[in-house]
Design a protein. Structure first.
Length: 547
């Protein structure tokens, strides 16, 4: 839905220069775009394409001394803000333009209640309002973004909310002063499919209600299909294609756009059939995790059944997908399997040995056999340690010789398709995809039998995601590994896994082959997850038209 009026935002021939040591001259080069009232314009591209830099330039949030706005114009509601002072830009931010960030847990102040954080917007931009008026407007915003029990939630701290609820708080803050322009920078990347669908639906509704223009940054063409009026595709700092969402999805002109579209997981089944082995390497029997928690919602302590009796098995050489929303128990299950969380009851059998209640010294003999790949490789690496030190740390702690460890590091880097020079570099010197490859190499340094990948591709661009999935499948086949693959995306699970277990509220509600679960789901919850995939219908129509 669009309205043909004067653009809220007009960017003309924008150039943002990178430091002299970079691999290219400009982070954003000759960027021109417009956003009209009630229009959602999506900028799509991989990491490093310049899409977030463009948004940062519009908001006046480019890091000083790192990126330089060299030339071009940025017009907000017809006013040139290109050379505005810091104070002028600060007055505009939150008032006439606002930003929704990718990770609300990082953007929100962990020490402030969410209601107070929204109130700060009014206190800065409308100091004439009294406390009662501010409280009334905060409550109205929480209602507007459809948060449950808004009177109670405004007294919560960010960590007491779910990811989807925190993102709604960020949207409420962005809407506080009814800005003309909202910039949303990957606001749904870290959310499960149902929360993602809810946030996208909410942004559409609020756009129609408030007449905002929205500049939406994403790497996911499924999101584009769900929400966009127009699409701008960026690569290496340049716009390579633009047009209406229907045009770009149905008839992409540039090879790069076609590559991005082809990388979107569509429920194809990539895992090769197993050779018929039934040798079980890992099994879980009636595993339960129960804990008590205090909550601001009630004065009494609350009992949480994180796992409510999970039973499943993993065959040697098999990839088993664990799928579910946030809070379904899938990560708790993975942490129990990796001995990072203690179950309340039940059994975890590794080659028939019950490892459930082993103490730390007893587990040490077995932990090499089960290794974990984490969701965020940047935070899982020591930023002050070179990659060589991080890869060598595990085997060296087990008394292996430096020569043997060095030889294995080179083999593992070759296996994950990285150069030996990576050993002398720090984590921040790599892209997200490269860091995830290094995470895989670090896990393989221990020569495990079982890999647990916890949302290992959820934050990656779709093209990089496809590469990592192919890499995991190749490594599984070459080394005979068994993989537990935890994800919130059924399409990704179908792409990699032989079988899929769907979890809801701590229990497995469906378990079967990837094809059966994806094409003939038996549980209503599984059907809900499939229905919540953003852009599913529009993307399928686009693929059919392209064929």
């Amino acid at each position: 839905m669009t309205t043909s009026t004067t653009p809220i935002l007009e960017v003309r021939h924008l150039h943002v220069r990178l430091p002299g040591t970079s691999d290219r001259t400009y982070a954003a080069q000759d960027i021109s775009l417009t956003v009209a009232p009630k229009e959602i314009v999506c900028i799509v591209g991989e990491s490093g394409s310049g899409k977030s830099v463009t948004a940062g330039a519009v908001m006046g949030l480019l890091p000083p001394g790192v990126l330089t706005l060299e030339s071009g114009q940025i017009l907000l509601e017809g006013r040139d803000i290109t050379h505005s002072t810091r104070g002028q830009l600060r007055a505009l931010r939150g008032d006439r333009m606002a930003m929704i960030f990718q990770e609300p847990m990082t953007a929100l102040n962990p020490l402030m209640r969410v209601g107070d954080q929204i109130a700060e917007v009014f206190e800065f931009h409308q100091p004439s309002l009294n406390a009662a008026q501010v409280a009334e407007r905060v409550l109205a915003l929480l209602v507007d973004v459809k948060l449950p029990s808004p009177e109670t939630l405004r007294s919560a701290f960010p960590h007491q909310l779910s990811g989807g609820q925190r993102q709604r708080v960020m949207i409420a803050m962005a809407l506080a002063m009814k800005p003309a322009l909202i910039i949303a920078d990957e606001p749904t990347t870290a959310l499960d499919v149902t929360s993602q669908a809810q946030v996208l639906r909410l942004l559409n509704e609020l756009r129609d209600k408030h007449d905002n223009g929205v500049l939406f940054i994403t790497h996911d063409f499924d999101v584009v299909a769900e929400i966009a009026d127009r699409v701008i595709v960026m690569q290496h700092g340049r716009i390579v294609e633009s047009g209406s969402a229907a045009e770009v999805l149905r008839n992409p002109q540039q090879p790069y756009t076609k590559k991005l579209l082809a990388a979107v997981p569509r429920g194809d089944f990539g895992a090769r059939p197993q050779d018929g082995t039934t040798d079980t390497v890992l099994s879980v029997k009636d595993l339960r995790v129960r804990y008590e928690t205090a909550s601001f919602f009630a004065s009494r302590r609350r009992v949480v059944n994180a796992l409510g009796g999970v039973t499943l098995s993993l065959a040697r050489g098999e990839t088993l997908g664990i799928v579910g929303e946030s809070g379904s128990g899938k990560t708790t299950l993975g942490r129990c399997l990796a001995h990072m969380a203690a179950p309340t009851s039940g059994q975890i059998l590794l080659d028939g040995i019950d490892v459930t209640h082993l103490n730390r010294s007893q587990w040490r003999a077995h932990c090499k056999r089960v290794q974990m790949i984490f969701q965020d490789p940047y935070r899982s690496f020591n930023p002050r340690m070179k990659i060589g030190g991080s890869l060598a740390e595990g085997p060296m702690n087990y008394g292996e010789s430096r020569e043997a460890v060095q030889a294995r590091m080179l083999r593992m880097l070759a296996l994950v398709q990285l150069d030996a020079s990576a050993l002398d570099r720090f984590p921040h010197e790599f892209s997200g995809g490269q860091r995830q490859r290094l995470s895989i190499a670090r896990a393989l340094m221990m020569e495990p039998e079982v890999l647990i990948a916890d949302e290992a591709v959820s934050a990656l661009d779709v093209s990089v995601q496809a590469q990592i999935l192919d890499l995991l499948e190749e490594i599984r086949e070459r080394l005979g590994l068994s993989i537990i693959f935890i994800t919130h995306d059924l399409r990704v699970a179908a792409r990699l896994c032989h079988r899929i277990a769907v979890m809801q509220q701590g229990v497995v509600v469906e378990l079967g082959s990837a094809r059966a679960v994806f094409e003939q789901p038996m549980a209503g919850y599984t059907r809900e997850l499939l229905a919540a995939i953003p852009g599913k219908k529009a993307h399928a129509e686009a693929l059919e038209a392209a064929a």
